[in-house]
Unconditional design. Sequence first.
Length: 147
Amino acid sequence: MKKILIPVDFSEYTEKIIEEGKKMAQAFNSDIVLLYIVNENIGEYHCNTESKKESLLEPFLEHERKQAEEDMKKWGASLSGINGKVETVVLSGSVTDEILKYINETDIDFVLMGSHGMGSTFYRTLVGSIANSVIHHSEKPVLVIKC
C-alpha cells in the first residue's frame, strides 16, 4: 500500500479521518493524498441560459476553491510526522464523480474515508451517501471509518 487517498469535506469528522490515515501511513510507510472537491452541483438556479447560471455561481466557487486550498495546506501540514509524502489536491465538479475519477485514474492503492460528512440525512436517504457510491464504484479497496 504505497499511496492512500483520503477524501475530505472539512466537516466535524475530517480530523478523525486524517488521524486514522496518519496511523495507516505510518504503519505501512505510505504516501497520503488529501482530496477536496469543490461541489459545483450546489443547487439548480432557474436561469434562462447556462452562461447566466455560471456567472452567478463562479464568484462563490472561486472563493471556495481559494479557501479550500488554504485549508488543505493546513491539513497537509498536520501530517508532517509521516515518513511518506503528503499531497493535497483540490478539484471541482460533482463530489462523487470526481472522487471516483481520481481513484480510478491515478496510482492510488487504497481509499480511506468517513461514513458521514456534510450531507444531510434527507439527502443521504434519498440519493445515497458519497461513501456508499465510492464503495460500490471504486476500482480500488475502500475502508470506511464510522463517524
